[in-house]
Design a protein. Structure first.
Length: 192
């Protein structure tokens, strides 16, 4: 019987022993069986059981038989009917049609393109940082004295004294102006 291009169940069996090696389904039995033949002739059969039969007995020792043609919607039911004894196909469940392995030539990896090298930008002259902006009043030297009027220390400014001693700068400046009597037990005056 000539194999037709119709959906159906097919099997591959050994001519030597009569053992069914594989039962499967296909949307196009003729194309699927021709694909198996092509793969077998190239030695690329992925099915281990089929590969071992061909290796042991030769490719001429197997035959392809269409068990039954059916409608596409019936394929899985028909496969279940024809797989009464456990085979490699029934253990794994319904077999989906697969494409033969594609052997592609090895391609040389592309070298990564390097980003364009940016030309260094001309360096601008470095400017000194801007001077700290103050209220515009120059620092006034001050004098620190004890409560009897004895000189304790000369300071370059109220800020310098406050920073070193940990006092409030505004309080020291107020004492220098005369609006405050003392700060932290000391009297303060602007140096004249």
């Amino acid at each position: 019987m000539e194999i037709q291009s119709k959906p159906g169940v097919y099997q591959i069996q050994s001519k030597v022993t009569g053992e069914v090696i594989l039962i499967n389904i296909a949307q196009n039995c003729y194309a699927k069986i021709e694909l198996h033949k092509s793969i077998l002739s190239g030695g690329l059969q992925p099915n281990a059981k089929l590969r071992s039969f061909v290796t042991r007995d030769g490719a001429d020792s197997i035959e392809f038989i269409v068990v039954e043609y059916c409608e596409s919607a019936e394929l899985l039911d028909k496969l279940a009917e024809h797989t009464n004894e456990p085979t490699e196909v029934t253990k794994a469940g319904p077999v989906k049609e697969t494409k033969p392995p594609v052997i592609e030539p090895v391609k040389e990896p592309k070298q990564a393109e390097k980003p364009p090298v940016e030309q260094p930008k001309a360096k601008l002259p470095v400017q000194a940082p801007a001077a700290k902006v103050t209220s515009g009043n120059p620092a006034k030297p001050i004098i620190q004295m004890d409560m009897e009027g004895t000189l304790v220390k000369d300071w370059p400014s109220a800020s310098a004294a406050a920073k070193e001693l940990g006092y409030n700068k505004s309080h020291i400046a107020a004492a220098c102006r005369g609006t405050r009597k003392s700060v932290e037990g000391f009297t303060w005056k602007y140096k004249v």
